[in-house]
Design a binder for this molecule. Structure first.
Ligand code: GLN
Length: 271
């Protein structure tokens, strides 16, 4: 039988990915795997590891194989029903916390919540806020609800398109969204991990701005005076988003970069 160290070297996988998959199969931490490196791997674990490694080599994302991904310091369950959390989205979370202020009561909604990372993170980072979260996909909502329950995040969930399932009288201190913003012919949709993600979470099947347009056109009416609209978007969509926000009557419109220096988040304030 191969040892743990043999298993780590057996497949042509990057070492970090092999470690994550082997840790998942053995239940050992990275430190635990180092000290048990020369031990034989039980046959069932070798088989489970081999299967995961083969699937990874065939392209399946590590996050789907493990069933989780870290976001803002917490583990979120993910499945092929939801987009895999991206580190860029942490900028969106930071911007909402910064603009609204975590030390007061606020009513905040996350549109197209997917795995629920934005809504759950905000609910846990700003316990005085009331979070709502909307998604069109019942399968995604089930993942998000599971995450909220696991993490103890108090979030109200609604199934439907953007703002439509929310009670008509609800008004918000912030409306936040990471909508599908990839143009339908973008080559990224056919590459890497993205191939395995839900297409409806990635592309609007149009020019990439269709959902951003709809959100910019409908959200301001649902904001309280002084409320903020904040969206994540593609690196080349900053100017278009600022125009949409300004045309919708929002003020203090600005775009924030991600850590790579790319335009990533646009925000605006309702006067
Ligand atoms: N940031 C993601 C990507 O580049 C897209 C996420 C989205 O469309 N909301 O793959």
């Amino acid at each position: 039988m191969p040892t743990l160290n043999d298993a780590l070297r057996h497949f042509e996988l990057p070492r970090l990915e092999a470690r994550l998959l082997l840790s998942h199969v053995t239940g050992l931490s990275h430190a635990g795997m180092v000290s048990a490196g020369a031990d034989e791997l039980p046959a069932a674990q070798w088989q489970a590891f081999s299967q995961l490694a083969s699937r990874r080599l065939a392209g399946e994302p590590v996050a789907y194989l493990l069933g989780w991904r870290e976001f803002y310091g917490r583990e979120f369950a993910v499945s092929p029903a939801v987009l895999i959390p991206r580190p860029e989205t942490e900028h969106l979370v930071e911007a909402v916390l910064d603009k609204v202020g975590r030390k007061r009561a606020a009513n905040v909604v996350d549109l197209g919540t997917g795995s629920g990372i934005i809504a759950c993170t905000l609910a846990l980072e700003a316990p005085q806020w009331q979070l709502s979260a909307v998604d069109l996909s019942p399968a995604a909502l089930a993942v998000a609800q599971g995450n909220a329950a696991n993490l103890g995040a108090a979030v109200l969930f609604y199934q439907g398109s953007w703002l439509t399932p929310l009670p008509e009288s609800m008004r918000f201190d912030a409306i936040v969204s990471n909508p599908p913003y990839i143009e339908r012919h973008d080559h990224h949709l056919a590459e890497g991990d993205v191939r395995f993600e839900p297409r409806m979470a990635l592309t609007d099947e149009h020019d990439g701005l269709a959902c951003l347009r709809e959100i910019a056109a409908t959200a301001p009416a649902r904001l309280l005076p002084g409320g903020w609209l904040l969206v994540e978007h593609g690196y080349d969509q900053g100017a278009a988003c600022r125009e949409l926000f300004a045309a919708a009557g929002l003020q203090q419109v600005a775009t924030l970069p991600d850590l790579a220096g790319n335009d990533r988040v646009t925000l605006g304030n309702k006067p």
